[in-house]
Design a protein around this ligand. Structure first.
Ligand SMILES: *[C@@H]1O[C@H](CO)[C@@H](O)[C@H](O)[C@H]1NC(C)=O
Ligand SMILES: *[C@@H]1O[C@H](CO)[C@@H](O)[C@H](O)[C@H]1NC(C)=O
Ligand SMILES: *[C@@H]1O[C@H](CO)[C@@H](O)[C@H](O)[C@H]1NC(C)=O
Ligand SMILES: *[C@@H]1O[C@H](CO)[C@@H](O)[C@H](O)[C@H]1NC(C)=O
Length: 405
């Protein structure tokens, strides 16, 4: 047990660029059960393909024994086929995509468009989806961070400083994963909700004066990784720019869009999620399984579930300000490995080669990022101050803080 914990902390401490690349690489490849394993391009190619094959020889030579509704890798095939039998007319999009009420047309639709059934046309079953586009230009990445002048100061400076190490990291990774560049290019939307001016937190502005940086570090490294891994990345820190981007992917019907355009994953934080749930409910419900939450401290099961929390609130605390979103626990990306239920998403720790011996001094660092957190702390600080100097950063204090020497 102790060993396991220790290992986790070591993992936390030793995050080099290549480790973070690997974590994010695996994260993007790791689909939750409900998630459609398609990329925008892949679907679009398949739809064109299907339309051109709508009077395909497949259905004219159709023989029910050819259809495998019980393939072990496609557990939803039979139930979906049964649903289509009675419901294919509930929305016009099914017939626009070639369904005409026949078994065969439903099967072709479910196999080619929704991937719930095994491939109908064996020779075309593996249409390669559009591949990632490599980019190693810092300028291109910085251009993506453009919907605010103040929000990204810290993130940009971290990205710029670490960029050469990221390039070194990706070179290392591609040596160990040869087909690294042969994967679908995902459409990713990143919404840094905690920076939005509507939250009133001014995290962006405070980043140079002692404001909280943990979230910024985690975001900066995620942004760099998904960009260098070659995905189609769109980044917003303000609500309006997020909304415009999300609207582009709005889908009115239950089928994939005819142009094949779809968002693959949405990265946001709890504040971003709350706003999305309030202001774009449909977008949230139709993409619920595609959300990935940057959640530095993580979310435990008992806080995630509303019913459980209500039933036990007297034992575990009165309010559930950050929880209750009822996502799959692995959708929460934490940088503190408190629980294995969440997904680990750390950040790069910079290491330096020291050649001189560093003389240690007695210094106490106090973590108290805002003034209110220091309330009633004086007696304790007094004790520490009798032995050491005390250092701290406080984001919102305009007064001179008491000097403890
Ligand atoms: C369907 O295909 C199977 C196997 O190829 C064959 O035995 C059967 O006679 C066919 N049925 C019809 C109705 O063509
Ligand atoms: C890439 O993302 C942008 C912004 O979300 C979107 O407008 C564009 O259509 C995407 N490209 C593809 C090929 O889907
Ligand atoms: C730090 O403080 C402790 C306790 O007062 C003392 O024993 C130690 O010598 C100090 N170390 C230095 C480097 O000042
Ligand atoms: C700090 O040290 C002084 C004397 O060196 C002592 O009088 C005082 O009680 C100490 N304060 C605390 C809080 O330990």
């Amino acid at each position: 047990m102790v060993l396991r914990k220790l290992r986790r902390y070591i993992r936390l401490l030793l995050c080099s660029c290549v480790v973070i690349f690997l974590v994010i690489f695996l994260l993007l490849n790791n689909h939750l059960p409900q998630q459609a394993p398609t990329s925008g391009h892949g679907t679009s190619t398949r739809i064109k393909h299907l339309q051109s094959r709508s009077t395909s020889p497949f259905c004219s030579q159709f023989n029910e024994t050819m259809l495998n509704l019980d393939h072990e890798n496609f557990p939803n095939c039979r139930p979906k086929m049964e649903w289509m039998r009675d419901n294919w007319e509930t929305h016009a999009c099914y017939s626009e995509l070639g369904v005409d009420g026949s078994e065969c047309s439903s099967f072709v639709y479910l196999s080619q468009i929704e991937q719930h059934c095994p491939p109908a046309f064996p020779s075309h079953s593996n249409i390669p989806p559009a591949s990632v586009i490599q980019s190693r230009k810092l300028e291109e990445l910085l251009l993506l961070l453009s919907d605010s002048d103040v929000n990204y100061n810290f993130i940009k400076s971290r990205i710029t400083r670490l960029f050469p190490k990221w390039i070194q990291g990706i070179n290392e990774l591609q040596n160990s994963i040869p087909n690294l560049w042969n994967r679908p290019r995902l459409n990713l939307i990143l919404y840094l909700g905690f920076l939005s001016h509507e939250t009133g937190l001014k995290f962006g502005e405070k980043s140079t004066t002692g404001g909280p940086l943990g979230e910024m570090v985690q975001w900066a490294d995620l942004i760099t990784s998904v960009f260098i891994l070659g995905h189609n990345v769109s980044i917003s820190s303000e609500w309006n720019s997020f909304k415009t981007k999300a609207d582009e992917y709005e889908n009115q019907g239950p089928c994939p869009r005819l142009d094949g355009k779809q968002v693959d994953l949405i990265f946001t934080d709890i504040m971003g999620l709350r706003r999305i749930k309030r202001k774009k409910k449909n977008f949230f419900t139709s993409n619920k399984c595609k959300f990935r939450m940057l959640d530095s401290f993580g979310t435990h099961a008992e806080f995630n579930s509303n019913a459980y929390f209500k039933a036990h609130s007297s034992q575990i605390g009165g309010k559930n300000a950050w929880g209750g979103h009822e996502l799959a626990l692995q959708q929460f990306l934490t940088m503190y490995p408190h629980t294995d239920d969440n997904t680990f998403l750390g950040f790069v720790v910079e290491t330096y080669d020291f050649h001189e011996t560093v003389a240690r001094e007695n210094i106490t660092v106090v973590y108290g990022k805002e003034k209110y957190m220091w309330k009633d702390s004086e007696p304790i600080l007094q004790i520490a101050a009798n032995y050491t100097q005390i250092h701290a950063t406080v984001a919102d204090s305009d007064e001179i803080m008491p000097a403890f020497h």
